[in-house]
Design a protein. Sequence first.
Length: 254
Amino acid sequence: MKALRPYLITIFIIGAVFTLKALLRLVIPFESPFLMFFSGIILCAWIGGARQAIFAIAVAVIGIISSLHLVGPYPLDEASTWGRLGIFLFDCLFIAFIYTEISRTQRKAQNNLEALQKSEKRFRSIFDSTMIGLIYSKVSTGEIISVNSYFKDMLGLTNDDVGDGKLTWQKITPPEMIAQSTLKADEVIKYGKIKPFEKEYIRKNGTRVPVLVGSAFLGDDDVVTFTLDISDRRQVDRAFEEINSDLEDRVHQR
């Protein structure tokens, strides 16, 4: 029954057009049997797309031919009548195509908008989380436009320290790492993203923090950068190095 619903709706719409046309002829006499069907075809195309529109055209044509046979005003044995039917059929197909494409484009745009909203919602949840640092910046100048709370806490920044050109990645990058970071910025533009690499940032108090950094090019002049504080890993690595060094010394002492 569900599969038949669109076709039943189409029959109802075309039937309603026939009924309305018959009622109007009692009040306003008019000759053409075709004019009012265009609105029905448009409605069917808008609701159900091409398949429903074509079915509506078929129902309308059958109904019009039956109406002409019974009440006129055009005799079916005249070529001009079939010419009118041909023009009507062409106009209906053209209208159905146009409104089907409009409806399809609108549905596609709606689906894309919903997908974008879901994507933005997921990204906003990541941006607002404390799992990873996020930076929005400009490729051409290095200006940092916006950062999340993880990044601010990692470097000891406040809201007043970010925006209006106050902060750039060059200012928070150690001088000896500027060249490497510049090459990575060029790679982002060229390839659209870069693999994560290790570097350091300078905190507001002047100390350094080791981080893992990855970036993606968003288009125009915008870049999003993901940062992760790896201080704990560095501390573990140094502890292992000290243990290994101590063990080696003990081995040599023996």
